[in-house]
Write a protein that binds this ligand. Structure first.
Ligand code: HPA
Length: 295
């Protein structure tokens, strides 16, 4: 009979789950951090992640200095269409920001650890706020393409949790709370910012599937019953990492299309990009008004 005198030790598995069986995840974060620190004049306070088709918002950054993802050691490369792939440092509305112009997704083949890597580096750089944006499909039958939705909760249906693997206690606890994953004060700020800017902003629950296929109509009906208003393939991995690191999160989604089966027509990625390009202007206005509130 085998008796354990102490907890069985976790060995190779967790680091592999972090996508870093060789070299060490934390050391890679430190290497990327050092590389970035050497190239920026001041530390950002707010991290902004621009989703599909929203990359043009980075043009609004003043005193901008850009670092392509490809130059940063260990930084996962974006392969999705509509994602430029660089960090833009500078200011917006007087706030020191770092913009991630493009993100990586689970469907590109990235592991849990690779999906959290950018957030770990931004957290180490000292951001205390994350403003995440994305494109989504509208599940709620009251939504239409072009609508902006402030995310107030999520359903992680991706089949992975980006915090799986060895936990670094320096970043956060093993079992982080997600009751207020989307900061309540920020939600109110977003709503009053939207009111001031005369932008219609809804409040919704975001569900993420892993993709890359769009969902089936049956999956969308299931998601609606489960309480989801919008559907996408991103954001949750970084929101989990941000919360883990005690970074406050605001997330705004733009409804790019009605989700599968809401209309008889098939879904096309081009439709998503076109809607997002049209919505970029109101997203930028909302972001600016939000930044003025927290400055
Ligand atoms: N499903 C998943 N992700 C999406 C969609 C969708 O309908 N639209 C934009 N991103």
């Amino acid at each position: 009979m085998t008796t354990f005198t102490q907890e069985p030790e976790m060995t190779v598995m967790p680091d592999e789950m972090n996508g870093n069986s060789a070299g060490g995840y934390d050391a890679n974060v430190t290497e990327a951090l050092t590389f970035v620190e050497e190239r920026i004049a001041s530390r950002p306070r707010v991290g902004i992640v621009l989703g599909s088709g929203l990359g043009s918002i980075a043009d609004a950054v003043e005193n901008a200095a850009a670092i392509p993802y490809g130059d940063i050691p260990h930084w996962p490369r974006t392969t999705a269409q509509g994602h430029a792939g660089r960090l833009v440092f500078g200011d917006m509305e007087g706030v020191n920001v770092v913009v991630m112009q493009g993100r990586v997704h689970h469907y590109e083949g990235y592991s849990a650890g690779e999906l959290t890597f950018p957030m770990r580096v931004l957290g180490e750089l000292g951001i205390s706020t994350l403003f995440a944006t994305n494109a989504s499909g509208g599940i709620n039958l009251g939504y239409k393409p072009g609508d902006l939705v402030a995310v107030y909760d999520h359903i992680n249906f991706m089949g992975i949790n980006s915090l799986a693997g060895r936990n670094n206690e320096k970043w956060g606890p093993r079992f982080p709370d997600m009751t207020y994953a989307y900061d309540r004060e920020y939600l109110e700020m977003l709503e009053s910012a939207a009111m001031e800017e005369k932008i219609s902003l809804r409040r919704g629950v975001y569900i993420a599937f892993s993709g890359p296929s769009f969902e089936t109509p049956a999956e969308i009906r299931m998601a609606r019953v489960m309480g989801a208003d919008i559907v996408g393939m991103s954001t949750i991995p970084e929101v989990l990492a941000a919360n883990h690191m005690n970074i406050r999160v605001a997330a705004v989604s733009c409804v790019a299309n009605l989700a599968a089966g809401v209309k008889p027509e098939k879904l096309h990625h081009q439709e998503v990009l076109d809607s997002m390009t049209r919505a970029a202007c109101s997203m930028e206005r909302l972001l600016r008004a939000f930044l003025r509130k927290i400055s």
